[in-house]
Design a protein. Structure first.
Length: 78
């Protein structure tokens, strides 16, 4: 899946956040829905303009962004 076919950045839309092409729905927003327990079915019901490929692109985009990053786990203060 080439996320570049479905995700764009337009400085004039949502302050340049990555969005699903042809919408004002951001990658960040969709990831937040999933993080809050929404299912694909709930997302499609509430945002019928989205397609399964759009959601796949969100995960492909995110994977690509994280691919070359190094992360350090911070210990919680006791």
């Amino acid at each position: 899946m080439d996320w570049k076919d479905r995700i764009i950045v337009d400085p004039a839309v949502l302050a340049g956040k990555p969005i699903i092409k042809g919408t004002r729905i951001s990658v960040e927003f969709l990831l937040g829905l999933f993080a809050n327990g929404w299912t694909e079915a709930q997302i499609f019901e509430n945002y019928p303009q989205l397609k399964r490929e759009d959601l796949q692109s969100v995960f492909s985009f995110t994977q690509n962004c994280l691919q070359d990053e190094d992360f350090v786990m911070l210990k919680k203060a006791s």
